[in-house]
Design a protein around this ligand. Structure first.
Ligand SMILES: C[S@@+](CC[C@H](N)C(=O)[O-])C[C@H]1O[C@@H](n2cnc3c(N)ncnc32)[C@H](O)[C@@H]1O
Ligand code: SF4
Length: 387
């Protein structure tokens, strides 16, 4: 193993993950540009009813192409995976287990919107092998949720979490967004406090990004809503870090906090360590054996390929050593464990003393690690470290 790589899986091999994209949502949130479709947008040629069989056909192709690999992590993301019947999600998971085999103790996560689950669906998922759930809570404040076009009533979130616990989910994460126009620091404090009251063992908190081409970006451009300035965003990040740390959730990646090492999202850690994964579903990206590729984007085109027995791959590229190095620096520097100093280029090494003098980084156990000030300016610091 090279110094720059992450830990080995319990089986002693490089970790291997499978991502399953589920491209369906009941309503499109104005800020989101993920590859997802409401019933109206989906058009001809792809249905929710046939989706599980289509993905299973890709999993069968994946086994042929990737060969024998035990699966350490599975992540169902979207879109809204829980828009599909729980039985369909379990069927896809079984196909992964049949084709590849899940490693003992494999992490199996699904994302879920709080208003897309009920006690039965959660019980089916847990009994079928899912052991981690990540709820898209975003905010506890109604006017913020309205600006984000979220459909759920915040009062229903504790109930969804309780149902998940009753179904047996111990690994439970909450996704939050900060920096929505109109959100005050107190609104954000309310969201954090209510998230903490749910006693999750993992929290993700991302600053709202204005994605080109979204309805939200058009509102920003027309001046109908105003994005917060950098200072306000930094204040919100620091408040999150303070309150989460006080509640026993420590940062392990810039935007992710966990109760302990076992509560980290192993699937995301696998991405951040540039390990191998297969992404199944329309538009999904894969990263395997020094290559990356991505599938055709539209669910109808995706279904057509698989119905014809063809790979759904749209395009790809091999990752040369320089590109792999830049990606490792960019991703691992965002981790609390940092990036090995021995993997830095000469130019980056030369910048380390100045970055340390400015209080942006420290060197710990031969790894360059961001300080809190460094985390607030992470993009700029990481740019200094890539050749
Ligand atoms: C794409 S969603 C899929 C899961 C689920 N549908 C949900 O919304 O929670 C995953 C996460 O990405 C976040 N996300 C999507 N667009 C974003 C944006 N423009 N800025 C920040 N976070 C975003 C969502 O809010 C959500 O927490
Ligand atoms: S529910 Fe999630 S995936 Fe769907 S549009 Fe909203 S943020 Fe995007």
């Amino acid at each position: 193993m090279k110094m720059s790589e992450g830990p080995l899986s319990p089986s002693g091999e490089r970790p291997f993950g499978i991502y399953v994209h589920v491209p369906f949502c009941s309503v499109r949130c104005g800020y989101c540009d993920f590859n997802t479709y409401t019933a109206d947008e989906l058009g001809e040629g792809a249905t929710r009813a046939s989706y599980a069989d289509t993905v299973i056909a890709e999993i069968e192709q994946a086994r042929e192409a990737a060969g024998e690999r035990r699966v350490d992590t599975v992540f169902f993301g979207g879109g809204t995976p829980t828009q599909l019947p729980a039985d369909d999600l379990v069927r896809i998971l079984r196909a992964i287990d049949d084709q590849f085999g899940l490693a003992p103790g494999a992490e199996v996560s699904t994302e879920a919107n709080p208003d897309s689950v009920d006690p039965q669906s959660l019980a089916t998922l847990h009994a079928g092998g899912f052991n981690r759930i990540s709820f898209g809570v975003q905010s506890a404040v109604p006017h913020v949720l309205a600006t984000l076009d979220r459909t759920h009533d915040p009062a229903g979130v504790p109930q969804a979490v309780r149902w998940a616990r009753e179904a047996g989910f111990e690994q439970l994460s909450v996704d939050l967004i900060y920096g929505t126009p109109g959100e005050s620091l107190d609104d954000w404090r309310t969201s954090l406090e209510q998230a903490i009251a749910l006693e999750p063992n993992h929290v993700s908190a991302y600053a709202l990004i204005v994605e080109d081409g979204t309805a939200f970006a058009r509102k920003v451009r027309r001046g109908e809503v105003q994005m917060p300035d950098e200072d306000e965003t930094a204040d919100k990040y620091m408040l999150a870090d303070d309150l989460l740390a006080a509640a026993g959730l420590g940062w392990y990646e810039l935007s992710n906090w966990a109760r302990d090492d076992a509560a980290q999202c192993r699937h995301n850690v696998l991405y951040w360590n540039s390990d191998d994964w297969w992404g199944a579903g329309p538009g999904a990206h894969s990263h395997l054996a020094g290559e990356r590729w991505w599938n055709v984007k539209h669910p109808a085109a995706y279904a057509q390929r698989l119905a014809a027995g063809e790979p759904p791959r749209h395009d790809g590229e091999s990752i040369d050593a320089d590109t792999a190095h830049v990606e490792r620096v960019m991703l691992q520097t965002r981790l609390r464990t940092g990036h090995p100093v021995t993997d830095l280029a000469e130019t980056a090494l030369a910048k380390l003393p100045e970055l340390a003098r400015r209080g942006m980084v420290i060197v710990r156990d031969e790894h360059v690690v961001l300080t809190l000030d460094g985390r607030l300016l992470a993009d700029a610091v990481v740019r200094e470290l890539v050749p």
